[in-house]
Write a protein that binds this ligand. Structure first.
Ligand code: ADP
Ligand code: MG
Length: 238
């Protein structure tokens, strides 16, 4: 039977997505590249950002979508794992999940399955082809993401994961649009505001920072993405 044009187009898009998304894991594919070196320097800055507190769990958010949160979280997770730390990347963007696209081998169920008592933590966590790196995909997109992320169950799950891993990274939705990152930032060790040049206005970044602070976040710094520097890429400041 002949495929309709629409179906063929959708399949091509799907194939393209499958084959290009993993390419964005530069820290895995080109560990000696200057960009991977930048991710390692962000890792070092995170580790030394607080003298009193170990930055075992961090959250990255931004004021708006498409700032590079997901891709930066994934690459950071790779460099933490490459250091020999048992690392977990959690897709807490339950509205626009991306971890499953970056790690196509991960299962379709995930965090929402745990929070709705459909699966256990160990059933939901997926191994990756990077040694010491595990991912917890978002799972089925729920109708009530903020309710799930702000629940007592989420706190219990977080406490269990905190014991199981050396490093946890939360990928979250934009803090200006929804309350989810604000809910999570109160219990992670440190929060980072991502600012992408030409995407994030100074005003919006300021408001995003205020939201993190009003959520009782321990803000440890900012990552400036896509800066037009001598070498384009990522830059960390605190
Ligand atoms: N520094 C960069 N240079 C080029 N493309 C980038 C850069 N940062 C992010 N992107 C691209 O922008 C898009 C959105 O990134 P993503 O990580 O999904 O953003 P968010 O999670 O903030 O919505 C992706 O296609 C990603 O590859
Ligand atoms: Mg994202």
């Amino acid at each position: 039977m002949r495929k309709t044009k629409k179906k063929a187009k959708a399949e091509t898009r799907h194939r393209r997505q499958k084959s290009t998304e993993p390419q964005k894991l530069i820290a895995k594919l080109s560990p000696k590249s200057p960009h991977s070196e930048l991710f390692r320097s962000v890792r070092t800055n995170i580790e030394f950002s607080s003298v009193d507190k170990v930055m075992k769990s961090i959250l990255i958010t931004s004021s708006e979508p498409d700032s590079g949160k997901s891709i930066i979280c994934a690459n950071l997770a790779v460099v933490f794992a490459q250091q020999g730390k048992k690392t977990l990347l959690i897709d807490a963007d339950l509205r626009k999940p991306t971890v499953k696209k970056i790690f196509p081998g991960a299962a379709s169920h995930g965090l929402t399955g745990i929070l709705t008592n459909k699966i256990t933590i160990s059933e939901a966590i997926c191994e990756t082809d990077v040694e010491d790196l595990y991912v917890l995909p978002a799972g089925v997109v729920p109708p009530n993401p903020s309710e799930l992320l702000g629940s007592e169950k989420m706190k219990q799950v977080y406490a269990e994961l905190y014991e199981l891993f050396d490093q946890i990274i939360f990928d979250t939705p934009p803090i200006q649009l929804v309350v989810d990152a604000q809910l999570l930032c109160s219990f992670v060790d440190g929060s980072i505001l991502l600012v992408r040049s030409d995407h994030s206005s100074r005003e919006n970044s300021k408001k995003a920072l205020e939201k993190l602070q009003s959520g009782s976040a321990h803000v440890i710094g900012s990552i400036f993405n896509d800066q037009k520097m001598k070498m384009e890429g990522y830059y960390y400041a605190n």
